[in-house]
Design a protein around this ligand. Structure first.
Ligand code: MRU
Length: 334
């Protein structure tokens, strides 16, 4: 569903606090870069394109009250703010892509006054938002062409409106298929440990009136074996030059299952998610998160407090398991 996930309002960054959904739909304001850094780290704003937008708006926030005496000094400050924001989450390349856009536009305009550069930075952040919205719509059209009426689709994590500035990547495809009058059924993996599928994806799909069924992550295999899944659509956080794609932990397992059961496995992502500087998925940095995300559920411990935990937030699906990558420029097939 289209959501105003994150935007600029009265000198602050406003964003939907995604940690509260689906119980509460609430906007919070970040008035300084540190607050925004924490919002990204805590996943109050999350999803690759959305954290790209957060990075761009974060730079605007960071320079807002700067007293830099020259454009060159302000451009240097932008470099520092970008480095700081980039330290929040390492995997989604959209964050670094947006920060680099902001840094280079400041540098290219460093001969101008600080006031002018501040305006240019705000305009660039707005452009990134507008481009993301347009990309969502185009990916949705390309992706929907792969869906037939009657298809049952599996998705993982949340690649919807909450993860972008518009109505999503993988979920955008499903919303468009529905809008075109195709009858679809969607299975959403709950997506342990932080339950983006259970909390966010089902909420978005149901809001759009799509036939939605929530499953635990370990149920996909049995559904596939029963012939109940026709296609898989997921998003991505970083795609290497060879097409290997990092996405939420568990995606790789689904791709292996899909291959075994001869089910098409599609990745939907804007070009800003493709990192040509990284040759294969082996070089994609994978974020590891706090053990308590696995030990506890909804604030209650479900495992011994001192048990060791392995908690990578993403895994990499090799290109050999991906049927096609859907971008705003078209469908990339091998
Ligand atoms: O840790 P998250 O919730 O930010 O992870 C998000 C995902 O893995 C999404 O699938 C990905 O960013 C694509 S979003 C359009």
């Amino acid at each position: 569903m289209p959501v105003d996930t994150i935007f600029w309002q009265n000198g602050k960054v406003r964003l939907v606090d995604q940690t509260l959904l689906p119980s509460e739909f609430k906007y919070i304001s970040c008035g300084d870069v540190k607050a925004l850094w924490h919002a990204i780290k805590r996943l109050q704003v999350r999803g690759a394109p959305a954290i790209g937008v957060a990075g761009a708006l974060g730079v605007v926030l960071g320079v807002k009250d700067s007293k830099a005496a020259s454009g060159a000094k302000l451009a240097r400050e932008v470099g520092g703010i970008a480095r700081y924001l980039g330290s929040s989450r390492p995997t989604a390349v959209n964050l670094f892509w947006a920060l680099e856009r902001m840094r280079s536009i400041a540098e290219n305009n460093s001969a101008r006054s600080p006031a002018q550069i501040k305006k240019i930075l705000l305009a660039e952040a707005m452009k990134i938002i507008a481009e993301d919205k347009a990309a969502c719509r185009r990916m949705a059209k390309y992706g929907a062409s792969l869906i037939k009426s009657g298809d049952a689709i599996l998705t993982h994590c949340n690649a919807g409106g909450l993860a972008t500035a518009d109505y999503g990547t993988a979920l955008g495809v499903l919303f468009e298929a529905k809008a075109q009058g195709k009858r679809i059924k969607v299975y959403a993996d709950e997506t342990r440990p932080l339950l983006q599928g259970a909390r966010l994806t089902t909420w978005e799909l149901m809001h759009e009136g799509i036939d939605t069924t929530l499953i635990c992550d370990n149920m996909a295999a049995s559904l596939m074996a029963k012939g109940k899944i026709d296609k898989v659509f997921v998003g991505a956080d970083r795609i290497a030059a060879n097409g290997d794609a990092a996405n939420k932990i568990g995606t790789y397992g689904i791709a292996v299952l899909a291959k075994y059961h001869r089910i098409p496995f599609y990745v939907v992502a804007p070009l800003s998610t493709i990192d040509r500087g990284i040759r294969t998925g082996k070089d994609i940095p994978i974020e590891e998160r706090a053990g308590d995300e696995v030990r506890a559920l909804g604030g209650r411990y479900i495992a011994p407090r001192r048990v060791k935990v392995y908690n990578p937030a993403f895994d990499v699906t090799p290109n050999s398991l991906i049927t096609a990558i859907i971008t705003e420029k078209g469908i990339l097939k091998k």
